[in-house]
Design a protein around this ligand. Structure first.
Ligand code: ZN
Length: 289
């Protein structure tokens, strides 16, 4: 055991969120940077889900909106529970069904308290519920809104790496921490290009899957100041729970996998990714109040 303090700087406030100092007794603290707690999958037992997360040191969870309804729900959830933050956006798969004025409604929502990012947005050429051209327009609109409001963006990219990178290259400049490539599944080259452009790389349970050795190699090479960890709950449960409903407590399993491939302790991985989450979402002491 090293003598180094387990929680640094602003994160001591997170420890206060745990009941009666319980969090301070834990080995590490992790942020789940991407979860859909507003999903119907959690409608019946959210308090228990949050309790299990808390029990393993996951006190801070970013609730990511994927359409106007879920974005509104994320804002409401973050307002009512300490430790939860919200993002607002319309996922590319949901753009086709969004109301004509979704962009106007999103701009209003984005100004709500505890909204820390725009998204998730991006391109999904695996599922083309929304025609690709409309997806590209929607993504450009999210990038413009993020720049306008000086917020980072949470990016979904599936089988669309070249077009996502092109959109990022042409995006108006926003905050210096420009956003997150969530549930990263791309190549080392895409990772390096995104990092160079100022983005963070977040891994979900997919990195733990048996056939994901190439992705683990990419994860090992992400610069230590750009690595994030997430669940994408209720989806993508890490091993050994693949196929089950995912929940924020399981971010620990993905973090453990990342720690192993990077040959560092889980404690060090937690410190690193938590500091990165704090930087990209620009949390400051008092933000939880
Ligand atoms: Zn998601």
């Amino acid at each position: 055991m090293s003598g180094r303090p387990r929680f640094s700087g602003a994160w001591t406030r997170a420890a206060q969120w745990g009941a009666s100092g319980r969090v301070l007794e834990l080995l590490n603290m992790l942020v789940d940077t991407h979860a859909h707690l507003m999903d119907a999958a959690f409608a019946s037992d959210l308090p228990a889900v949050l309790e299990r997360a808390s029990a393993v040191g996951v006190e801070t969870i970013v609730c990511v909106g994927y359409d106007l309804t879920s974005s509104r729900a994320a804002v409401a959830l973050a307002a009512e529970r300490p430790g939860l933050f919200a993002t607002v956006g319309v996922h590319p798969n949901h753009l086709a069904e969004a109301p004509d004025d979704w962009h106007r409604q999103l701009r209003v929502l984005a100004r709500e308290p505890r909204v820390v990012a725009i998204g998730e947005s991006g391109l999904d050429y695996y599922r083309t519920y929304t025609p690709p051209e409309l997806q590209r327009e929607g993504f450009a609109a999210h990038l413009a809104l993020a720049a306008e409001l000086d917020l980072p963006i949470v990016i979904h990219c599936r089988e669309a790496e070249a077009d996502v990178l092109e959109a990022l290259a042409g995006a108006p400049s926003g905050p210096s921490a420009r956003g997150v490539l969530h549930c990263f599944s791309g190549s080392a080259t895409t990772m390096a290009t995104a990092v160079e452009a100022g983005y963070y790389i977040s891994f979900a349970g997919t990195v733990t899957f048996k056939n994901a050795a190439p992705l683990r190699e990419v994860a090992a090479r992400v610069p230590e100041d750009r690595l994030l960890v997430e669940t994408d709950a209720p989806y993508l449960s890490p091993m050994p729970h693949r196929g089950q409903r995912n929940e924020p407590a399981r971010v620990q399993l993905t973090a453990d996998c990342l720690a192993q491939v990077r040959r560092i302790s889980l404690d060090a991985l937690a410190d690193m990714t938590t500091a990165n989450a704090r930087r990209v979402f620009r949390w400051s002491p008092g933000a939880a109040a």
